[in-house]
Design a protein around this ligand. Structure first.
Ligand code: ARG
Length: 374
């Protein structure tokens, strides 16, 4: 955001709305507006109070058009890590995030916010897409692990990480401050809760030796609140089963497991019209939900999530707010037309506060270093 006027406008809009939603008096709102205006005029920036940060982060979730889980926006825990100023301190806060969010399986929605991009000490970036994710390796026999992680895995290895070469190696944290070389921090094993996948009626399912991690912590998005950009603000909820069972493990460009599940089920795969993919897909999703539930790890099925979203829509309208949404993301990838979402229309307008994609940094270490001249 450039220019004092733009910054001022964004700050004002946020403070006015947030303070009204928080039930603050007109005097307090006015006082805060004057203060923010003065700070922007004098230093070119204003700093959020912890309360503004908490509410701003919650509203960013509420405004996330692609998220079906927004009923719980108001219960997001927010941790203020703006004082973390070294890679080590940042990594420490990230490990704390993993532990607090995991909570032995009773997952707590949490966002940890680091200092804003405009800080004179340089912007912070977490290079991981999610704090916990599996590596992907290109080998002669094709990709081992998560194909979506291949580029990031290469970066980790250039930085000195040695992967185990299995299909489920948890990647290290990669923290970068400004133009400095990114730093690696392995995640202690005992911090990463994982769920081995079993099926309630197919004992042989366990022989596939599949698993997934408990907590999806998106860590590469920019959080924008009142004109202030937080380039490092990892956040998590809990999984909806289809994210794992219908995408991560099923997509042909991810773990591509439908053929193996079908084989295990003894399905005839000679013709598409037998719908063996669909049958395998449903059982894979049954296995995911069953396994997480059996292990006491929070997860939601897509029918329940859709109903919770309907409740969110109702509640928002009750508060006099319009619900924005991205239909293409909101409809679940399994049995979409069984949910009300499929039969509804959503306005995909982007309100702030919100989360935004940010430009990818150069992946190779050599690219990150200054070019030799001559
Ligand atoms: N779809 C992503 C994954 O499968 C996670 C995105 C965030 N999901 C969530 N339930 N909060 O890893």
């Amino acid at each position: 955001m450039d220019g004092h006027r733009e910054r001022l406008k964004a700050a004002r809009a946020f403070i006015e709305t947030a303070y009204a939603e928080l039930g603050k008096s007109a005097e307090e709102t006015e006082r805060r507006l004057r203060e923010a205006e003065r700070d922007i005029a004098e230093k070119g920036r204003y700093d959020h109070t912890e309360e503004e940060l908490r509410h701003g982060a919650r509203v960013a979730w509420r405004n996330s058009n692609r998220c079906i889980g927004r009923l719980f926006w108001d219960s997001l825990h927010v941790r203020d890590a703006r004082e973390a100023d070294t890679e080590e301190r940042i990594a420490e806060a990230l490990l704390d995030h993993i532990a607090y969010a995991t909570n032995g399986g009773k997952i707590r929605p949490l966002l940890t916010v680091f200092r804003p991009a405009a800080d004179p000490r340089g912007p912070i970036r977490i290079r991981n897409y999610q704090l916990i994710r599996y590596a992907g390796y290109e080998t002669e026999n094709g990709i081992v692990g998560d194909p979506d992680s291949v580029a990031f895995t290469k970066l980790c290895m250039e930085l000195g990480w040695e992967g185990g070469g299995t299909a489920f190696d948890v990647l290290p944290l990669v923290v970068q401050i400004g133009e400095r070389t990114p730093r690696l921090f392995p995640i202690p094993r005992d911090l990463v809760l994982e769920v081995p996948l079993i099926h309630p009626e197919l004992p042989a399912f366990a022989d596939l030796r599949l698993k997934w991690y408990a907590v999806p912590i998106v860590s590469n998005m920019r959080l924008e609140i009142g004109g202030v950009s937080y380039t490092a603000a990892p956040f998590n909820g809990w999984y909806m089963g289809t994210e794992i069972g219908a995408r991560n493990l099923a997509d042909a460009h991810r773990y591509d497991l439908l053929p193996r599940v079908a084989e295990l089920m003894g399905l005839d795969t000679s013709r598409e019209s037998l719908l063996w993919r669909d049958k395998a897909l449903v059982e894979l999703n049954v296995a995911v939900l069953h396994s997480y539930k059996t292990r006491g790890v929070s997860i939601v099925d897509h029918h329940t999530a859709a109903r919770q979203f309907a409740q969110f829509e109702q509640r928002e309208r009750g508060c006099g707010r319009d619900v924005t949404g991205d239909w293409t993301w909101l409809v679940p990838p399994v049995s979409p037309a069984t949910t009300h979402l499929f039969h509804s229309h959503y306005d995909n307008r982007i309100a702030t506060p919100n989360f935004f994609y940010q430009e990818a940094l150069p992946t190779a270490v050599s690219e990150a270093e200054p070019c030799p001249r001559g």
